[in-house]
Design a protein around this ligand. Structure first.
Ligand SMILES: NC(=O)c1ccc[n+]([C@@H]2O[C@H](COP(=O)([O-])OP(=O)(O)OC[C@H]3O[C@@H](n4cnc5c(N)ncnc54)[C@H](O)[C@@H]3O)[C@@H](O)[C@H]2O)c1
Length: 380
């Protein structure tokens, strides 16, 4: 999808939560999307709003309450970047805000529509995610999209195009790894408590890519279109953060997923990479194999010095996927302006989350988790 759209109108977007991710999104909307205008941000922390007043265009309104922001009829679309536990509630409020703020039925031209781009994952709870999926389905006039940033990355898209063109033969296996750089401040210990643990917070990106590239939801390849997963198994270990054990989490995790279309998926997730942020995806097909991001080099510059010959690595996910985050917001605004279906709907996020939750359960119990004919994981 190209970024430039036919129309000159710009979508008026607000960002809810300007922490680590929300700041990046707010800057991208304000300065890098010609089809969007950042009109407001909210955060419950005064320092986040001070940052917004200093760094964003002076026209951007700041709110200490997201509910107050949602009452601003100027806002057409929101990007929800609070911590995960608050996404579902804010997403439902924002999808409904158009109707709630008007009270009575107005002509559709006067009803403020609240398109929503929700940071991944939708929720830490499957039932809450299902509520968001149901709410979005009730409002097909709204664009509700989940921010699976890797889907907007050039390399993953090139891989997807090669697979679609049949260049791999039949893809049958993906080995995917996301290794976050070790953070000596221990940030992950606090982060783990409210992020759902490594499979849900970190692995959901890999799982989404696996589902997409292995075409696991294609009904033509399934006996029962509702059931996409056969079973999952996970294990893990704590190498530098022993405290994570008490939180039911680990700093290195391994998962295996068997899909009903006959393909397999293997992930390695880690919070302890010493050299930088390392994200590798290998796709095996009957005719050939693709390797995405084999080297986590930050640039094409090679350093030759007293230590030998070396290249520097991406320090974090943001340096690696910087361009994808811009394409993500450009895609969202283009879908709104040109009325195109979003590429990452909430249903995809729900499917990926159920797998991540099943992997978490398997890691904690040591048992495989099977999926039933209704497509749901069976938590024995
Ligand atoms: N796509 C990616 O690659 C990626 C990367 C990192 C984080 N994330 C996701 O982004 C989300 C945010 O993560 P983060 O690391 O930026 O967290 P963070 O804690 O740095 O930021 C969250 C912000 O939301 C604010 N907030 C809390 N409740 C609020 C409310 N009701 N209204 C407005 N603001 C509120 C907090 O004060 C904080 O500033 C998480 O869901 C995470 O999974 C995605």
């Amino acid at each position: 999808m190209t970024a430039q759209t036919q129309t000159k109108r710009r979508v008026k977007v607000a960002v809810l939560g300007v922490g680590l991710m929300g700041k990046h999104h707010a800057r991208n909307i304000a300065y890098f999307d010609p089809n969007a205008e950042l009109v407001a941000v909210s955060d419950i922390k005064p320092e986040a709003l001070e940052w917004a007043r200093a760094e964003l265009p002076p026209t951007v309104k700041t709110y200490s309450s997201s509910e107050e922001l949602l009452a601003n009829p100027e806002v057409e679309a929101v990007l929800i970047a609070t911590e995960t536990a608050k996404h579902a509630d804010l997403a439902i409020k924002s999808i409904r805000a158009g109707k709630a703020s008007t009270g009575t039925q107005l002509p559709s031209s006067l009803v403020p529509l609240r398109h929503s781009l929700i940071e991944k994952p939708i929720s830490l709870d499957a039932d809450e995610s299902k509520r968001v999926v149901a709410e979005a389905k009730l409002h097909p006039e709204l664009k509700v999209m989940v921010a699976f940033s890797r889907r907007f990355d050039e390399s993953y898209n090139e891989a997807a195009a090669r697979i679609k063109a049949g260049k791999l033969g039949t893809p049958y296996l993906i080995k995917s790894c996301t290794n976050d750089k070790y953070d000596s401040t221990g940030r992950f210990l606090a982060y783990s408590k409210h992020s759902g643990g490594i499979f849900i917070d970190c692995g959901i990106h890999d799982i989404d890519i696996g589902r997409w590239l292995l075409d696991v939801g294609n009904p033509a390849k399934l006996k029962n279109p509702t059931k996409q997963v056969t079973r999952v198994f996970a294990t893990g270990l704590n190498t530098v953060y022993p405290e994570l054990e008490a939180q039911g989490d680990c700093d290195n995790a391994i998962g295996v997923i068997e899909f009903e279309n006959g393909t397999k998926f293997n992930i390695h997730l880690s919070r302890t990479s010493m050299h930088g942020h390392d994200v590798i995806c290998e796709v095996f097909g009957t005719e050939s194999k693709l390797v995405i991001n084999e080297n986590p080099n930050i640039s094409r510059v090679e350093i030759r010095d007293a230590h030998g010959v070396r290249m520097e690595s991406h320090p974090s996910f943001y340096e690696r996927f910087k361009g994808a985050f811009v394409t993500e917001i450009q895609t969202f605004s283009k879908c709104i302006l040109d009325d195109i279906a979003v590429p990452t709907p909430p249903q995809d996020a729900l499917e990926a989350a159920q797998i991540a939750m099943a992997l978490t359960h398997s890691f904690r119990t040591g048992m495989p988790v099977f999926f039933g004919d209704d497509g749901q994981p069976i938590f024995a």
